[in-house]
Design a protein around this ligand. Structure first.
Ligand code: AKG
Ligand code: FE2
Length: 321
């Protein structure tokens, strides 16, 4: 029975083919037209979808990005009483610091205080940084001056500032005294906020001035914007402090300090004489945004609980003789 139906169907089709050829041709033409229409418009439709999806993704990305950034300290605010945020210490940090009696912070934290150092002191340090750095300067966007070791960025490498006779003429004992006092004040601020004994924390290497610009990086030393944990970069660190010497949004653009937390990034906008202090473990994962305009000056002042990594004051004699 099915076969009969098939045959009948075939015959019917045959008839149509014979009697209505023009109709079929017309149909075929329309079909071909339709197909070419579909083929011609397919790339356009795909393109439209791609454009719409990409735009949506961009909008979603930027809205979530901007929502995720929260200022912790803005340049426009003066934090005279300090601003503190407690964070859960990473287990590695606790394990490490536990070895040092009297140096364990009762809590891991980040603190910003604008009263520890005066603007006058910051201005003297800015002078020291600028005077020293004029004898060097990296080919890329990041230069450092370390008065303890004498290391000064120069082109693609480092030179020793203590070997430069002209540099020696510019510095005097007043500069070195302010440099010492500032570090001492910062040490006491760390001891106060982290509830550790001031005699149990020691200045450590590297403690240095930094100068960041929008210049293209030349060597890895110029790539200051990578997220990192200070303790992983320098194992001796237990407390990191940063003293900012000029102003975000005034002297330079970009260059905010950013703590990377799970759901949100928290920013510190540099402000002249602002001191930021934090425990150096994984709990304070961070980066510095690229400077897009101007020059940013800061000082990284590092502390350790391990006396074997303590560093001394810069040797004044090396400069003044
Ligand atoms: O200059 C800053 O704000 C931070 C620099 C930094 O992350 C570092 O020295 O480890
Ligand atoms: Fe860092």
């Amino acid at each position: 029975m099915a076969e009969i139906m098939n045959r009948k169907g075939k015959e019917k089709n045959k008839n149509i083919t014979k009697t209505d050829t023009s109709e079929e041709i017309k149909d075929v033409k329309v079909d071909a037209k339709d197909k070419s229409y579909v083929n011609k418009n397919l790339p356009l439709r795909i393109l439209t979808r791609v454009v719409v999806t990409t735009s949506l993704l961009i909008v979603v990305y930027y809205t979530t990005q901007t929502q995720k950034v929260q200022p912790f300290a803005k340049q426009s605010e003066l934090l005279l009483d300090g601003k503190v945020r407690t964070v859960e210490c990473s287990s590695e940090y606790i394990e490490e610091v536990d070895k040092f009696q009297g140096c364990v912070p009762n809590r891991c934290k980040r603190v910003v205080n604008d009263k520890v150092i005066t603007e006058e002191e910051a201005a003297v340090l800015l002078d020291i940084a600028k005077m020293g750095l004029q004898f060097g300067g990296s080919s890329g966007g990041a230069s450092i001056l370390d008065l303890h070791s004498g290391a000064l960025s120069h082109g693609n490498h480092f030179i020793n500032i203590y070997k430069n006779k002209d540099a020696k003429k510019l510095f005097n004992s007043f500069h070195f005294e302010i440099y010492r006092i500032v570090k001492e004040k910062v040490k006491f601020a760390v001891a106060y906020y982290f509830q550790v004994h001031p005699e149990k924390i020691y200045l450590t290497h590297p403690t240095f001035f930094s100068e960041l610009t929008a210049k293209e990086a030349v060597t890895v030393h110029d790539e200051y914007w990578h997220p990192h944990v200070d303790k992983e970069t320098y194992s001796s660190f237990h407390f990191t402090t940063l003293l900012y010497l000029n102003d975000f949004g005034v002297d330079f653009e970009g260059g905010r300090f950013v703590f990377i937390d799970n759901a949100v990034n928290r920013t510190i906008e540099p402000r002249k004489a602002r001191v930021s202090m934090f425990t150096s473990g994984k709990e304070n994962y961070h980066f510095v945004e690229k400077v897009t305009k101007g020059v940013r000056y800061a000082m990284t002042i590092s502390f350790t609980c391990d006396i074997q990594y303590a560093i001394r004051e810069p040797d004044l004699k090396k400069f003044l003789n």
